[in-house]
Structures are given as C-alpha cells and as structure tokens.
Design a protein around this ligand. Structure first.
Ligand code: BTN
Length: 265
C-alpha cells in the first residue's frame, strides 16, 4: 500500500520523507501525538491499514476495519495562536472534499462540523487536537481523518448499516484506495499552504459544501436537547443557530443532528 501511495503522489509533494505507514496501530491520532511530543517534523503523515482503537469525537470510537478504509493523521506545526486555528476542522473538511473529488470525481458534502457525507450516509469523520507551547502558542496540531473507501454495506455492523456509507457504495464501482490516500496527502499539503492566509475563502467554500445550513437541527449537550434552525457558519467555523424564541446563538460544541439524516426525523 505504501508503494502504491508513493506512486500516486505528484512530484510537487514535499513531505514524502515524513510519510509513515503501519499495517496496524491503536489510533493514528494517538501515535502521531506521541511522535509530535518526541519532535516529529511539520508535515509528518501517519497512515494505518487498520486501527484497533480508532477514536471519534465526543469520546466515541471509530470503526477502522483493515483493507477497506483510510485512517490518516497529519502533524502540522503552524506558527500561530490557537485562536487562529478555530477553522482547522472546517478547513480539513473542505480540503478532504477536494481530495475525494480529485480522486473519484464525486464531491462529498459536509455535515457541520466534521462529517463528510454522500447522500444521507456518513463517509468520513475528522478529529483534531492541538498541543500548546508554554507561552500558549501552537506547538502542534494533529488532524485525523477516517474515510470509508471500499466498504460494502456488509462491512458495517448492523447498527451502522442505515447511516454509514463508503465511496464504493456511492459510486457503485471499485475505488482505488491508494489514489484517494495520495489525494488526501496532497490535500493536506495544500491546506497547510492556505490555512492562515486564505481563511475567508476556505470558509466560503465550507458554506457551499455544508448541508447543515438552512436545515432544522437538534443540538445535544449532555442531558439537554434543543431544537433550532441552522442559519450560517461564521468566520471561525461556528454554527449560527436560530432558536424558536427568535434568539441567535453561535454553537461551537455538542452534537448537532440534521433533520432527515442519521435517523433524526
Ligand atoms: C468522528 O467521526 O467522530 C471522527 C472520526 C475520526 C477518525 C480518524 S481515523 C484516523 C484518526 N485516528 C483516530 O483514532 N481517529 C482519526
């Protein structure tokens, strides 16, 4: 797989020396965080064929079966404050949509904030984490993406079969995993070039890709569920929601479900 990916990378790809491939690990995000703390350079990419303890948002696990998915984490060391990276998850969504579109010719959409979807099925998830220097500036950012690539419906456990999807299921034809992985790596490199200088353009594209805007949503935080209407995504990537009493809130955390998706009716 590593050789196939290297063969698919363009000569403009600069981080080839810092590309690591493992048949199996617990979580590429956890491993890469460890590597970051040991001094791994900007642009290090860790890709695993399977993960035994893949991590998702909100403490969930991420199913990471071998031979079918792409489980990739990249380490960035931008010279900035954490506030300047508020849009990092949104930016990752946009550049991963670009990568998928380049590799297979079909552009996913984004369910705010970090799910890539095709049709009404979840295709991919994004999990980011920052480490700070003693002065409070960013030391490292780990961006992890898991994409369902070659799965058939039977590859998903029964409880996910109504909501999970893969590129192969969407395209109804075999998908070249190495080609998609190489496009993702190039996408990360492009994102790194643009991240701090093109924030407004990135968020403009995010709004075009985001299916949550204009939809009725539910927002779950702890024990509490509230209902509202998603109006927009602001310049830092937060969701602007109008609640039934008319007041607006920008939402940064919690679980947002879109009516009509993933079983929310
Ligand atoms: C989510 O959907 O909640 C986020 C899922 C993120 C999964 C990816 S797979 C590569 C990286 N390693 C992990 O353990 N998680 C991320």
């Amino acid at each position: 797989m590593k050789q196939e990916i290297l063969m698919n990378l363009s000569p403009q790809y600069l981080w080839g020396e810092a590309f690591h491939y493992l048949e199996e690990t617990d979580s590429t995000n956890v491993r890469l965080e460890q590597m970051a703390k040991e001094g791994a350079p900007h642009g290090t990419v860790l890709l695993a064929d399977r993960q035994s303890a893949g991590r998702g948002r909100l403490g969930r696990s991420f199913l990471s079966k071998g031979g079918v998915g792409i489980y990739m984490s990249v380490l960035l060391r931008p010279n900035c404050t954490p506030m300047e990276l508020m849009h990092l998850t949104c930016a990752t969504g946009v550049y991963m949509c670009d990568a998928v579109e380049k590799a297979v010719g079909l552009r996913p959409q984004i369910k705010w904030t970090n799910d890539l979807v095709m049709g009404k099925r979840k295709l991919a998830g994004i999990l980011t984490k920052l480490g700070l220097k003693p002065g409070g500036r960013v030391d490292w950012a780990i961006v992890g993406v898991g994409i369902n690539c070659c799965q058939t419906l039977q590859d998903f456990p029964p409880e996910l079969q109504a909501t999970a999807g893969s590129l192969r299921m969407a395209l109804q034809e075999p998908v070249d995993r190495a080609k998609v992985a190489a496009a993702m790596m190039e996408g990360f490199q492009k994102m790194d070039e643009d991240l701090l200088s093109r924030q407004a353009e990135i968020l403009k594209q995010y709004r075009l890709d985001c299916i949550t805007i204009g939809q009725d949503i539910s927002l779950v935080r702890g024990e509490e569920t509230r209902y509202g209407h998603a109006l927009d995504v602001d310049e830092e990537g937060a969701l602007v929601v109008r609640f039934p009493d008319g007041h607006l809130e920008t939402v940064n955390s919690g679980e947002v479900s879109v009516r009509g998706m993933y079983g929310y009716v």
